[in-house]
Design a protein. Structure first.
Length: 107
């Protein structure tokens, strides 16, 4: 079960981009990876085509494995947290921060 969702603010906990923070743009369930805003940007050489007449060098976002990402606490102190599940007042299943017991809301 994936505990991270699109719109969550995460921190990279290992690898070349360790310590960088960003918002999840997209999650790929087949490869268990996520595209994080402004993290793991690479330069790609692109030939001219009908859509891109000029071609050239463009920056592309590459995915990071979900195991290298940690969810940031919704309280905003910069700490990472784990996720547990519970019910809210309307008896709907919601994600809850284990450190602060606050509901996690994706943007």
């Amino acid at each position: 079960m994936k505990r991270l969702k699109k719109g969550d603010k995460v921190r990279v906990i290992s690898g070349k981009h360790r310590g960088l923070e960003g918002i999840i743009l997209k999650i790929d369930n087949k490869t268990d990876s996520a595209f994080v805003e402004k993290v793991n940007m690479v330069k790609k050489h692109q030939k001219p085509s009908q859509e891109n007449q000029d071609g050239g060098i463009i920056e592309v976002n590459k995915p990071l494995p979900l195991s290298k990402l940690a969810l940031l606490d919704p309280k905003g102190k910069g700490n990472t947290t784990k996720v547990k599940y519970g019910l809210n007042k309307d008896n709907k299943k919601v994600r809850i921060s284990k450190k602060t017991n606050l509901e996690i809301v994706s943007k």
